[in-house]
Design a protein around this ligand. Structure first.
Ligand code: FBP
Length: 554
């Protein structure tokens, strides 16, 4: 601990200045944690497969969404210990969520304690924790990263893990847990909440929507935190590369962008910077495009620009593209099923260096033809371990290189020099933008308000995000209302439904209306770095995605 504190003290001038930033709260929460009024909505159902979800979550299913209002009675608060977990990939603003929980909890009763479980869900299972004190918390306010307590991707799903979690809570007298995570982690949160309810453990579970990917959203959850900052960082970098390309005029830059399955990050960056080509995975799937058709589409733009004397450009590639090309999706699904069996796992472990010929022997028909047509590096990347949630680790598949190699063959003889990039980790721990600093602090403060209201199995929801923070609407949404059944590790499981790019939504429409012009003309926009100080129109700007989704024109 002392080491961590020492390192944290080596702060930059910006960190020092940001430390003094006071994140904004919605008016409804500003009056103080003891004065909240709660309004209930209608009973909820689920995002799909209601009968299955109801059967699996008999205690939580059907709960009513809630909204907080000002002017509640000033209530005396009993002492409460709360535990917090950071789960999954880093996202800017996580520290401010914890700061929001901490401040609300201490405001409710200075005797309250906040425990941080170390290294993600594994920390609560193994009983590894720290108490977050005021001084320790202060080191991390408005900073990026998850280093305050660390994160991890352990999936909390077995009854044994739930029992251990219960024991850890009992040891620390913790009666509420906040899980800060993405769709998979919030699914875990719902399962844990149901378990505690069923076993009358008296422990509440509240989720917080985190992920730079932007795919944990719906009517009530308008955005997951971190998306704003991460896309601003990537757009700054893309803008710099656009300038370089337009200055040197000799390279095509292929930039893969993180985001796992959904293309929200690629779409937001395209809207912000207007590059020549942006692939949107969801469109590729809808149009049933093959890899060869994608190459044809890109080659056509590259050739047309070359005819205008422009042998340069920028292409944005969403990280998850490969899973959305229907023929690839089929191949990946076949591989997932095969790699999930004990027999294949054992065989692969006993055949180091021979994985590819072994897998080739298991594939048939079109799967086999496609697998054989791929470069060896990509074949190997498709066989890498799935993450603990059964997802292919798309960040490790070099789609940008696959495309440039295939294009080089297609454009043989033409002037086509390429540079490839992958932006992901560059943006996940940036100092949160003002939006994410405010949003996260509000989500955390609101999470404690949900605990205080005695709720469990809810996700912290702060809405009306295109308006100034004072007008944001705070409340809670039952996690089961966001769930449906999906195939994971070869089995049907209840999971929170991923929000993919809507092809009839306003952000995609703006992009598709303009992309033909952006392809051939140089309409580049250079957003520059995130601004933390200065006029509100540059410091408080939200994403184009959220503005367009909420009917604003940008
Ligand atoms: P979460 O869904 O956990 O927020 O993860 C976000 C993400 O950054 C994805 O965009 C990316 O595919 C993945 O994490 C990379 O995982 P890892 O950090 O394990 O390399």
């Amino acid at each position: 601990m002392s080491n961590t504190l020492e390192v944290q003290k080596q702060t930059s001038p910006l960190q020092k200045a940001r430390h003094d930033y006071n994140p904004k709260l919605p008016d409804s929460l500003k009056q103080g944690i003891k004065n909240l009024n709660i309004a209930e909505g209608e009973p909820t159902s689920s995002a799909g497969d209601a009968d299955d979800i109801k059967a699996m979550f008999p205690g939580l299913f059907g709960s009513k969404a809630v909204t907080f209002r000002q002017n509640g009675a000033n209530t005396e608060q009993k002492t409460l210990n709360v535990g917090v977990i950071l789960s999954g990939g880093q996202a800017p603003g996580g520290h401010n969520v914890i700061a929001g929980i901490f401040d609300a909890l201490k405001e409710a009763n200075p005797e309250n304690k906040l425990f941080g479980f170390l290294g993600g869900p594994a920390g609560i299972i193994d009983g590894k924790y720290i108490e977050i004190t005021g001084d320790y918390m202060d080191e991390f306010r408005n900073t990026g990263g998850f280093d305050i307590i660390g994160s991890g991707r352990t999936k909390l799903e077995t009854r044994e893990q739930f029992q251990k979690t219960r024991q850890t809570c009992k040891n620390l007298n913790v009666s509420a847990i906040v899980v800060i995570g993405g769709d998979d982690s919030n699914t875990n949160a719902a399962m844990l909440a149901e378990f505690f309810l069923e076993n009358k453990a008296g422990i509440q579970v509240i989720g917080v929507p985190k992920t730079i990917d932007g795919d944990l959203k719906n009517e009530q959850i308008e955005a997951s935190f971190g998306f704003d900052t991460a896309t601003k960082v990537y757009s700054e970098l893309i803008g710099n590369i656009l300038k370089d390309a337009n200055s040197a005029k000799k390279y095509w830059h292929f930039i893969k962008l993180m985001g796992r399955s959904a293309s929200h990050i690629a779409l937001e960056c395209a809207l912000k910077t207007r590059p020549n080509i942006t692939l949107i995975s969801e469109e590729v799937a809808q149009k049933d495009m093959s890899l060869a058709q994608i190459i044809d589409y890109m080659a056509d733009i590259i050739t047309k620009r070359a005819q205008k004397g422009k042998n340069f450009g920028i292409a944005l590639i969403p990280e998850g593209l490969i899973e959305f090309i229907p023929e690839m999706k089929h191949l990946i699904s076949t591989l997932n099923d095969k790699l999930a069996t004990e027999e294949v796992k054992t065989e692969l472990a006993s055949l180091p260096g021979q994985e590819i010929p072994y897998i080739k022997g298991l594939l048939e028909g079109k799967d086999s033809d496609l697998f054989n047509s791929l470069p060896r590096d990509i074949q190997l990347q498709l066989l890498l371990d799935r993450d603990p949630h059964g997802n292919v680790q798309v960040s490790k598949i070099e789609t940008e290189k696959l495309l440039t190699e295939m294009l080089a063959v297609k454009l043989k003889g033409a002037k086509f020099s390429t540079q490839t990039h992958f932006f992901g980790y560059e943006g996940r721990c940036a100092a949160p933008s003002n939006f994410d600093a405010d949003y996260c602090y509000s989500l955390g403060y609101n999470a404690f308000a949900l605990i205080q209201a005695g709720l469990s199995g809810f996700i912290s929801s702060v809405r009306n995000l295109t308006r100034p923070a004072e007008q944001w609407v705070a409340g809670g949404i039952p996690l089961t209302s966001m769930m449906n059944m999906e195939k994971r590790h070869g089995k049907m499981k209840p999971v929170i439904k991923k929000a993919l790019v809507e092809l009839n939504g306003a952000p995609f429409k703006k992009f598709s209306d303009n992309r033909a012009t952006w392809a051939l003309e140089d309409c580049y926009v250079y957003p520059g770095p995130i601004q933390y100080f200065g006029p509100s129109e540059v410091t408080d700007i939200t994403t184009e995605t959220i503005q367009l989704e909420r009917g604003l024109h940008v």
